[in-house]
Structure formats: structure tokens, C-alpha cells
Write a protein that binds this ligand. Structure first.
Ligand code: XMP
Length: 519
């Protein structure tokens, strides 16, 4: 068995913002799936031999010159097809129906009435029901292709769901993949499990077992090196690879001295003591802080840290006699090809290199055991591998560490001040039970001193900024709305307990226009 199961669904992407959510819903139904842009969908089809197809939505209009189409052979393959929004339009158009611009574009919540039975509704919807769905479309189908009939409609969407039950084609104007279509996940589960007949056996346990075989086959007797950052992705990748090949794996933890309180100790004790994984812990604090002396420009800091990280890693790799493979915690969102309409038929591939440039420089091949997984699936795998809840649920932490949370010059003294304030803030967040509701929370130490009074004394010390945001992927973020009493408690503790800080402020900027980190 490979980690890519034979039972799978292919999602053809026409460029919708929410295509990844379709994949999430399919996998929640226990079925493996992959996303391929419409331009390269045939290659994916040949490689995967899927048991069913889903056509995503997309921003184009079917009337536009050069607007995307599904490969015609997909429609003749005898496979079940679920076609969403733009996918519905191209399916209808390619099968001989008529699509026309709608006089009114429809966005947001809508209610549809079920008017006929469908295999899609098994155990879920009945004739006469009304259900909430999420619409987002401009054009609409005017005349259905032969063999299709309407199974659900609303005033604004006469073909809300139109199906050809004999050919197992199911098309809909709304988006079942978003949470605003409350039964959408169940409709998708019905499609993949009941209509396509897939077993729902794609579990993390099965993935783990299959991946271990795959890693063994790839690596053979070679040596693998893995750069640990202390984050969830590289840690889960390392534990999984270690389970597969044992001591052929060496982990290197380049400790730049810019970690949070207690973090380096946790990483070292987890890997060395708990998992018994060969770990090189390089204490490079002096090197990093020395190089950062006098540097205040944020980009200069980032560049210095990135370059020095690679140099130290390379040096350590050489000391252990080199390696044939570099392990990375690359995730599925980093490898999905994105559909580009403006740039013509070419596609851009987002690739993520935690230690950019190293594989080429050191002539190593990559081992990326998490490339098929989403972040929350990596967390499930981490639990499966015995990592603690506190570890797998950790907030993201940037590679350059505290250096980008200390605007101005970074010194050991300022790192120590920030570590204390940050630890108090996170402790209060955990005590209030808010840690898991927040995407990322941290303290920032500002290069500004202000006057205060403590007891009978004048103080003249630094300002500490607090940041907490909610987010789905870090691309956009909202401010976490703490209540005033919570913030007052944190501010009081920080000013009382951390020498060097006499004022605390809360950052109320969303992203955009702000970024999450301050530098
Ligand atoms: P920004 O500040 O760009 O951050 O809104 C978005 C997310 O990315 C993290 N971040 C980084 N992660 N290396 C990383 O591994 C970096 O250089 C880096 N810079 C920002 C940030 O913490 C947030 O989660």
C-alpha cells in the first residue's frame, strides 16, 4: 500500500478561493483526494485513477474567451461527477446546456426547496424540505443538458441542484464546501461514500503505516538529516521518519538564542529523552546575537538570520558526515498548484523551503512526508504518534524568532526582558482557557521608553506591546477581543514582575492593513 490510496477523488480546480475546503470535506469523510488545476487535471487523472470527480467553483465567466473547461474525456469516463458553481456551468455548457449571464448576481445565504429525490440526499434531505445554502455566482444555467432534471430550487436559483442520476452527475449553484451551507459536508460525504462507493478508510492510522513503508522505500540505507525548528510540522515529520528508519535520521536543532522561555529545553528533552532520536543541539546564541549587534533594519535582521542559519546547519551536517536526504515538514497547501487566469495557461507552484537552498547546495534529495496533509491533519498525526496535546496545539512561531519582536537593536538583555513578559502573557491566556481560541499571541518589546511611577519612584523604562489574533491560515487576521479585566491583569503582572518594562499596550490592528508580526 502507498500513502496515496487507490480509492480517491480528484478535485478539478477552476480557481475558487475555497477549493481547499472541498478537499477538507472529502477527507473528513475518510476519503483521500487531491486537487489539480484544470490545466493539468488530465495528468493527475492518469496518475490517480480516481473513483469520482469534483469540479470546483471559479471566478471566470463561461462566456469569456478562453474561460476554463474540464477535459472532455472526464465527462465520458463513466465516473460520478459533483460540479459546484462555475463547475456546474462548465459541466452544463460542455454537455449541451445553455448558460447565460444572470440579471442579478447572488451572494450569501439563500434557502432552497427540495423538489425531487437524489442519491445525493440519502438519509439527509427529503422532498418538501427547505435548507440553507451559501450562494456565490453571477452567471447561471438557463437550459439543462439532456438527461438532467431539477432536484432543488429557489426563486433566485431555479437550478440550485440539477442532476442526471443515471450518469451520476450532480451539479449545484451553491457552495456545499463552506460552513455557511450547514449540510454541505454531508452532501459531499454522500457523494464520495454513497455515490462513488468509497470506503471511508483513509484514516491517520492508515496514513502513518503507509507512509512509514514509503519512507523506507525512498531512503533505503541512506542517511537523513532534519532541521528542527521546535514547531509542529518539522517535529511531526521527524518523529514519523524516525519511526520508519530509526538512527538513519539525525535531527539538528540550530538554537539561535531567539526562542521563547523554556522552548529549547523542551525541544531537546522531547527528542533526545522521550523519543530517543539522535539530536545535535547547536547553541549558536553568541554567533547570532553577535551578528545582530547594531542591526535595526527588519529585512537586514531577517536576511542575516536566514543566511547564518543555513551556514550553521551546513557545518553541522558536514560534522556528522553529510546526508543523502533532507527532511522537511512541507504541507499540502504549500505544494498545491494555484490556478492562474491572468497569466494564461501557465501555473504557479508555491513551494516552501524551511532551509531554502540547502538541498541543492548540499546535493541532497528531499523527504517530505507531510506533503499530502493539511495543518490540522498534521496535528492529528502528531497525536497518533504520541506527541502531547500541548505540543501539537502550539501557536505558530516565526523562524527569525524574537528578533522580529524586538524592533530596533536585538540584545541578550532585551531578549531576556521579552521572554519574561511573553511567558506571563501566555500563562494568563492559558489560565483563562483562551489559548486554543487564539491563532497566535505574543509580546513585543518596543524601542521606546516612557515615564512611570512605582511607589514613590520615577521610572523610565520600555513599553511592551501585546498582540493576539484569530486567523485560518495567517494570510488575514482579526484582533482577539480580550475583555478589559484580562488585559489589565496581564499589564499589572508584566509591569510588576518584569524589570525594564513600565507600560503595556494592546495592538488593535487587523491584517490587513497590519501584519501579524511587527517586523
Ligand atoms: P505576518 O507577520 O507576515 O505573519 O503577518 C504571518 C504568519 O507567518 C509567521 N511568520 C514566519 N514564519 N518564518 C516563519 O516560519 C518567517 O520568517 C516568518 N515571518 C512571519 C508569523 O508568525 C505568522 O504566523
Amino acid at each position: 500500500m502507498t500513502a496515496t490510496p487507490t480509492d480517491c477523488i480528484l478535485i478539478v480546480d477552476f480557481g475558487s478561493q475555497v477549493t481547499q475546503l472541498i478537499a477538507r470535506r472529502v477527507r473528513e469523510a475518510g476519503v483521500y483526494c487531491e486537487i489539480a488545476p484544470f490545466q493539468s487535471a488530465e495528468a493527475a487523472f492518469d496518475r490517480l485513477a480516481p473513483s469520482g470527480l469534483i469540479f470546483s467553483g471559479g471566478p471566470a465567466s463561461i462566456m469569456d474567451d478562453g474561460s476554463p473547461r474540464a477535459p472532455q474525456r472526464f465527462l465520458e469516463a463513466g465516473l460520478p461527477i459533483m460540479a459546484i458553481c462555475y463547475g456546474q456551468q462548465t459541466l452544463a455548457h460542455q454537455l449541451g446546456g445553455i448558460v447565460a449571464p444572470s440579471t442579478s448576481r447572488e451572494f450569501g445565504r439563500a434557502f432552497i426547496d427540495v423538489v425531487a429525490d437524489s442519491a445525493l440526499f440519502d438519509g439527509l434531505w427529503k422532498i418538501g424540505d427547505t435548507h440553507q445554502v451559501w450562494m456565490s455566482h453571477g452567471d447561471r444555467v438557463e437550459a439543462l443538458p439532456d438527461g438532467f432534471s431539477i432536484v432543488a430550487r429557489s426563486e433566485g436559483a431555479p437550478f440550485a441542484i440539477a442532476t442526471d442520476e443515471a450518469r451520476r452527475f450532480y451539479s449545484m449553484m451553491f457552495h456545499p464546501e463552506v460552513v455557511h451551507t450547514p449540510d454541505g459536508g454531508k452532501l459531499i460525504a454522500n457523494f464520495v461514500r454513497h455515490v462513488c462507493g468509497l470506503g471511508g478508510d483513509w484514516t491517520m492510522g492508515a496514513f502513518r503505516a503507509a507512509k512509514i513503508n514509503e519512507i523506507r522505500a525512498q531512503v533505503g540505507t541512506g542517511k537523513v538529516i532534519c532541521g528542527l525548528s521546535g514547531g509542529v510540522d518539522s517535529s511531526v515529520a521527524a518523529v514519523l521518519i524516525h519511526e520508519a528508519i530509526g538512527d538513519q535520521l539525525t535531527c539538528v536543532y540550530v538554537d539561535h538564542g531567539l526562542m521563547r522561555a523554556g522552548e529549547s529545553e523542551q525541544v531537546v528533552s522531547l527528542f533526545r529523552n522521550h523519543y530517543n532520536i539522535p539530536l545535535v543541539h547547536v547553541n549558536a546564541e553568541a554567533l547570532f546575537l553577535g551578528g545582530l549587534a547594531g542591526v535595526t533594519d527588519p529585512e537586514a535582521k531577517r536576511k542575516f538570520i536566514g543566511k547564518t542559519f543555513i551556514e550553521v546547519f551546513e557545518e553541522e551536517a558536514r560534522k556528522i558526515g553529510g546526508a543523502d536526504f533532507l527532511a522537511q515538514g512541507t504541507l499540502y497547501p504549500d505544494v498545491i498548484e494555484s490556478v492562474s487566469f491572468t497569466g494564461g495557461p501557465s501555473v504557479t507552484i508555491k513551494s516552501h523551503h524551511n532551509v531554502g537552498g540547502l538541498p541543492e547546495r548540499m546535493n541532497m534529495k528531499l523527504v517530505e512526508p507531510l506533503r499530502e496533509l493539511f495543518k490540522d491533519e498534521v496535528r492529528v498525526l502528531g497525536r497518533e504518534l504520541g506527541l502531547t496535546e500541548a505540543f501539537v496545539g502550539r501557536h505558530p512561531f516565526p523562524g527569525p524568532g524574537l528578533a522580529i519582536r524586538i524592533p530596533g537593536e536585538v540584545t541578550k538583555e532585551r531578549c531576556d526582558i521579552l521572554r519574561k513578559a511573553d511567558a506571563i502573557y501566555l500563562e494568563e491566556i492559558r489560565n483563562a482557557g483562551l489559548y486554543d481560541a487564539i491563532w497566535q499571541a505574543f509580546a513585543v518589546l518596543l524601542p521606546v521608553r516612557t515615564v512611570g511611577v512605582m511607589g514613590d519612584h520615577r521610572t523610565y523604562d520600555s513599553v511592551c506591546g501585546l498582540r493576539a489574533v484569530t486567523s485560518v491560515d495567517g494570510m488575514t487576521a482579526d484582533v482577539y477581543p480580550f475583555d478589559g479585566a484580562f488585559l489589565a491583569r496581564v499589564a499589572t503582572r508584566i509591569v510588576n514582575e518584569v524589570a525594564g518594562i513600565n507600560r503595556v499596550v494592546y495592538d488593535y490592528t487587523s491584517k490587513p492593513p497590519g501584519t501579524i508580526e511587527w517586523e
